[in-house]
Design a protein around this ligand. Structure first.
Ligand SMILES: O=C[C@H](O)[C@H](O)[C@H](O)COP(=O)(O)O
Length: 227
């Protein structure tokens, strides 16, 4: 549940993202678009500019569907080159622009699209900015048969894993949410978790963090560049 204030901040950052990229929307341009309630505001605003650019690569089936409803062509990542821009939300973002993502279970496709993008613009309300990652449970996408094995391994790392029951990712996999541990070194933990056999990927975006943060506050949108 988000408050009315939080929704207003999400809409404001979505508008700020559109203002940020509008000059780059041109024929032959394809952009990457993320997933979640903040990304949804962005997609709906982007619809008015659908004739200005070629289309988008979506990080989830849900976003693909919403893009299409807004008249925006959805393209296969394999049929386009590197993307100039990726616009997406986050569950937490720290001072170095490392993030936790995957609250909506879209982390793997998000990480793939982000990896193919020159610039990652993170759109978030101020509640997402944290001094240290880890209050939000860290999502890990796992191959279903490996779920218990991965859970045991994460306990060794000090986490308290919880199976997100009833959720299947767009890739047909399951999600473990890792509770109860703050992340001191996001890049090291991202690698450590990905090294566990059966992990598809985890929701730490540290190796490829955001480049620009548009942060919604009660008094307006702040624009920050990665330090
Ligand atoms: O899997 C979902 C994504 O990582 C979202 O970008 C993230 O959960 C933030 O979503 P929201 O904008 O709804 O807070």
């Amino acid at each position: 549940m988000t408050s009315r204030n939080q929704d207003e901040m999400k809409r404001a950052v979505a508008q700020a993202a559109l203002d940020e990229i509008r000059a780059q929307l041109a024929r032959d341009t394809v952009i990457g678009v993320g997933t979640g309630s903040t990304a949804n505001y962005f997609i709906d605003l982007l619809g008015d500019y659908r004739h200005h650019f070629d289309g988008a690569v979506a990080s989830s089936e849900e976003s693909a569907e919403r893009l299409r409803r807004n008249g925006i062509a959805v393209l296969d990542l394999n049929s386009v080159g590197p993307l100039p821009l990726y616009i997406d939300g986050a569950d937490e973002i720290d001072q170095g622009f490392a993030m936790i993502k995957g609250g909506g279970a879209a982390l793997t496709r998000e990480k793939i699209v982000a990896a193919c993008s020159e610039r990652f613009i993170c759109i978030a309300d101020r509640t997402k900015r944290v001094p240290r990652l880890g209050t939000f449970p860290l999502p890990v996408e796992v191959i279903p048969m490996a779920r218990s094995h991965v859970a045991r391994q994460t306990v060794q790392l000090g986490f308290d894993p919880v199976y997100r029951e009833g959720v299947l990712t767009d890739n047909g996999n399951q999600i473990l949410d890792l509770h109860s541990r703050m992340i001191e070194d996001p890049a090291a933990m991202e690698t450590r978790l990905n090294d566990i056999t059966g992990v598809v990927t985890n929701g730490l975006f540290a190796h490829r963090g955001a480049d620009i943060l548009l942060l919604g506050t009660e008094t307006g949108v702040e624009r920050h560049l990665r330090p």
